[in-house]
Design a protein around this ligand. Structure first.
Ligand code: AQP
Length: 333
């Protein structure tokens, strides 16, 4: 049977967090055996808000290093820097002309990020979900493993794909489906556990970064905001405790029920100490490998060069057909 295509990506807006790792990368490593995988470093997305070009360069390398250090196998999967495949932008423009202001205005991430951007909201922030749709449709991806926050963007991609298929009078674009992990889909900020942990918007101590030292991780977990109660249970009202249980479950594979039972009669302090130990043990090897790759990025550059050649061929195959379908004059001789 033909392998299905799986695609996902992360913006190199900062060092990656435990949220990115548990909500995205850790699942990719499990799925990579069963799919034809495309993992993007979506640098074009990461310039939608103010940024420093030197940081972007460094974070791009860091993100490739993080993928590899977490166990993504470049022999099985394609690792692609989005801006290296210009077909993403070409398809994005065609899709932009077939998207509506109303549907983009409904995107929760746009509402959140534009509120933070102040009065001058970059247009790219508004059209970002269309570029994401192009990322997915360009490779005719079937499965999109993402955290909960990206579900709405995959839904929009499906709407755009249906509209294009109607226009083309053919089921041309594959209909992608979001794959949301059962646990770890929304890791919360340790300081403000009603907000998601975010690599560029978390407050001091709120995010655990993949290259934090053991001590930094322990301190952050031990200082995590909880509540004034004493019983360890999994409830919306106990957002901080719920988050620590989710983190443990996503790393150990234990069920929430099993974890709650194991903490019967124990105090919040126990939960914090053990969560810290579990996160430290999980991230230590990842951190060491990231730092090793970053000390000599030549291997990272070689890996993406090979991957991108294959990706460009697949992208061009889609675009050749799309150009003809939209009526552009093509001279393929
Ligand atoms: N807190 C989270 N819990 C679970 N999954 C998460 N993801 C992000 N935060 C969490 C998942 O990580 C992938 C990459 O996300 P992205 O870089 O494209 O952008 P994002 O969703 O906006 O993530 P951040 O960390 O919050 O980035 P910034 O701060 O730059 O906006 C996605 O699969 C996402 O679901």
């Amino acid at each position: 049977m033909l392998q299905q295509t799986l695609l996902s990506g992360i913006q190199p807006t900062n060092k990656l967090t435990l949220g990115n790792y548990l909500g995205a990368i850790k699942n990719w490593t499990k799925l990579q055996k069963d799919y034809d995988c495309y993992f993007l470093i979506v640098d074009l997305h990461s310039i939608t808000l103010k940024y420093d070009p030197k940081d972007l360069l460094n974070n791009t390398l860091y993100t490739i290093a993080a993928y590899m250090a977490s166990g993504i196998d470049p022999k099985r999967c394609k690792l692609i820097v989005q801006s290296h495949v210009p077909q993403h932008l070409e398809l994005a423009w065609i899709l932009t002309c077939n998207s509506y202001m109303g549907e983009l205005k409904r995107m929760t991430q746009f509402k959140d990020k534009s509120a933070r951007a102040g009065v001058s909201i970059p247009v790219g922030l508004f059209t970002y979900p269309v570029l994401m749709a192009a990322d997915i449709l360009l490779y005719q991806a079937d499965v999109i493993p993402v955290g909960e926050d990206q579900r709405q963007h995959v839904e929009l991609t499906r709407d755009i794909a249906s509209r294009m298929n109607l226009f083309f009078e053919e089921e041309f674009f594959v209909m992608p489906s979001a794959f949301i992990p059962k646990v770890g889909a929304r890791i919360m900020d340790l300081q403000k556990p009603t907000n998601k942990m975010s690599k560029s918007a978390s407050q001091e101590g709120g995010a655990i970064y993949l290259t934090d030292s053991d001590k930094e991780i322990s301190n952050k977990v031990k200082k995590a905001t909880t509540d004034s109660g004493a019983v360890i249970s999994y409830e919306e009202e106990k957002a901080g405790i719920k988050n620590l249980l989710e983190i443990q479950a996503a790393i150990t594979g234990k069920s929430i029920e099993e974890l709650v039972r194991s903490y019967e009669g124990k105090m919040y302090g126990h939960l914090k100490v053990e969560t810290a130990e579990i996160v430290v043990a999980e991230l230590k090897p990842v951190r060491e490998k990231i730092l090793q790759y970053m000390s000599d990025p030549s291997e990272l550059l070689q890996v993406i060069k090979t991957s991108e050649e294959a990706a460009r061929n697949r992208a061009e195959e889609t675009m050749r057909k799309v150009r003809t379908k939209v009526g552009f004059l093509c001279n393929n001789k």
